[in-house]
Design a protein around this ligand. Structure first.
Ligand code: ADP
Length: 487
């Protein structure tokens, strides 16, 4: 029954382009025959044909044009016009009656033809539009399913409406369409080793609080026990009136990159350890050789040896930096905190570096007691001062300042060097970031110093930042907590 209704209902055939001529032809012909049968056999009055021969074809034209397009509309119209002629010439009308009959046929005939054509044309245009939209949808679907990243779509009510194949590959589990977002995470979902509850998943947050997440990292445990690292981007989709209509979550499996990174870190860690031992021995040998050469009073050889020592020290600093970076990556950099005078530490560091570089002025030598890791703060100071020297090709003076503020010591290292463009100022504290092109070799380095410094200061609950104008110079600041006695 419902199939029959479906077949009759013209709306359910919008978008299907099967335009039959036979069905409208047969139905119209049957209706004409019925009308003639009625006039001749039931009413027994051939002249009884009345308004119904106008309304019935009109209804047929509207229906068949809407159901079968232009052909449907035109075939009914043409048959009706022929029927009108047949009536006119089969009923013994008078000349005048035929005259007005012909006029009526002409009028109604043209109205029928135009109506049949227009409705049919409208139906065919709608069909084309529907097909185009369906094709577009199919194309999008194909792209959606072929995406090399996982994608989950949910509607505004929080029901999963689309899930592509990649999600299954990543999760190792199917997410059924129609699932309520926030009911289940489907797999063990963790962020920084803490479980993510279903109503904290990226898709849930996007739907219910409009919150967008960018490159958020999670680990998942698949049903087969495998751990995967995923990176998720999610956001709500709004309509013109800024109302949430859907939300999407894009999931990228970054397990391979993570494993490669871990292997790289392991390698750097191992290589640095291996390099450290021979370097320490080399330093000792050079010192020994230096003592022996002193007796020969050979200035040139002694100078060469000191050059070698300088380079070995540089190399071992680099290796130490590499080790620190890898310790930071693996969370193994620990601090040995003690109370000491920061002003004295700054003086020492400045003095050491002044021997090899330009003038270094440290004015504010007030006693400043801090609670921190002395060795690590010395490392930060050395890094900032040697950067100031390195990036001041003119050899201009470097000024260091120290003041106390809100229970913190604030240290600044100011140079009149090349400066740093404002858009780069935040990035220079990132791992391996360098503003100057490392390939030009104008300023040698690996971009590890400021990253290590930032991490050390962070672990002291302090802050590190820069204030700089390209061409005029830079001032680096950092803070560390003062010892609580109020010194
Ligand atoms: P690098 O080994 O390259 O010096 P750092 O981490 O110490 O690495 O510094 C990162 C980048 O920040 C440097 O490559 C440089 O471009 C910029 N930079 C650091 N200190 C200064 C400074 N005092 N003046 C100008 N640029 C600086």
């Amino acid at each position: 029954m419902s199939r029959l209704f479906n077949y009759i209902n013209p709306i359910s055939h919008l978008g299907d382009r099967k335009y039959s001529v036979i069905i409208p032809f047969v139905f119209t012909l049957a209706s004409i025959i019925a009308s003639e049968y009625f006039a001749f056999n039931i009413a027994k009055d051939p002249l009884i044909v009345g308004l119904y021969v106008i309304y019935t074809p009109l209804a047929y034209i509207v229906y068949f044009a809407f159901r079968f397009g232009i052909r449907g509309g035109l075939i009914v119209s043409l048959l009706t016009i022929i029927y009108y002629f047949y009536i006119l010439y089969s009923r013994n009308f008078s000349g005048e009656q035929i005259q007005s009959g012909l006029q009526a046929t002409l009028l109604f005939g043209s109205v029928f033809l135009v109506l049949g054509f227009l409705i049919g044309w409208l139906k065919q245009t709608v069909d084309v539009l529907i097909i185009q939209e369906a094709d577009e949808k199919r194309r999008l679907q194909a792209v959606f399913h072929q995406l090399p990243i996982g994608a989950i779509l949910a509607d505004s009510a929080g029901t999963v409406t689309q899930v592509n194949k990649k999600v299954f590959e990543i999760f190792g589990k199917k997410i059924p369409l129609g699932t309520k977002v926030g009911k289940d995470t489907f797999v063990e979902y963790k962020e920084n080793d803490k479980f993510v509850v279903p109503n904290q998943t990226p898709l849930y947050l996007a739907i219910h609080s409009g919150k967008s997440l960018v490159d958020k990292e999670y680990t998942i445990k698949r049903p087969d026990g495998k751990i995967r690292y995923i990176q998720v981007n999610s956001s709500a989709i709004y309509n013109k009136n800024k109302k949430t209509i859907a939300a999407v979550s894009i999931i990228n499996d970054v397990t391979a990159q993570k494993e490669l990174e871990e292997r790289k870190d392991d390698f750097v860690n191992m290589a640095s350890h291996e390099l450290k031992t021979p370097l320490t021995s080399m330093k000792l040998y050079i010192d020994g050789l230096g003592i022996r050469l002193k007796d020969f009073k050979d200035d040139k050889t002694h100078k060469t040896l000191m050059g070698v020592k300088q380079q070995v020290i540089r190399l071992s600093d680099l290796v130490n930096n590499l080790l620190d970076v890898s310790r930071l990556q693996t969370g193994k950099l620990s601090l040995n905190k003690e109370s000491f005078r920061l002003d004295l530490l700054i003086s020492d560091a400045a003095e050491e570096l002044a021997q090899v570089g330009p003038e270094i002025v440290f004015k504010a030598k007030t006693k400043t007691l801090v609670f921190a890791d002395k060795f690590r703060l010395h490392q930060v100071l050395t890094n900032l001062i040697s950067n100031a020297i390195k990036y001041t090709p003119s050899g201009d003076v470097i000024t260091i300042n120290l003041k106390k503020e809100d229970g913190k010591a604030v240290v600044s290292v100011k140079d009149k060097g090349i400066g740093i463009p404002s858009e780069q100022q935040k990035k220079i504290f990132d791992r391996l970031y360098q503003v100057t092109d490392p390939n030009t070799k104008t300023y040698p380095g690996l971009g590890m110093g400021l990253y290590i410094s930032r991490e050390i200061i962070k672990r002291h609950k302090g802050k590190i930042w820069v204030d700089s104008t390209p061409g005029l110079g830079s001032t680096f600041y950092f803070t560390v907590p003062l010892v609580k006695t109020g010194n």
